[in-house]
Design a protein around this ligand. Sequence first.
Ligand SMILES: [Zn+2]
Length: 61
Amino acid sequence: MDMKALCMRCRDAKNKPTMQVMLDPKVTEKNNRYSAKGKCAKCGGNMFKFLSKEDAGKLKK
Ligand SMILES: [Zn+2]
C-alpha cells in the first residue's frame, strides 16, 4: 500500500506543501494516537503524518 503524506519541502507553484509518497513508514503510538514517520520519495526529506487506528493496523502488517 502506498502511503502518502504532505511534504513540507516539496512545494507547488503556490508554495504549498504537496502530497508525496512516503518511503519506509514507521508507525508509532503515543497516548493512543498513531503516527507514521518516513522519507519523501521525491526529495528524501523527513515526513510525518497522523494516522487513524485503522490505517496504523494496515501498515503494521
Ligand atoms: Zn519531498
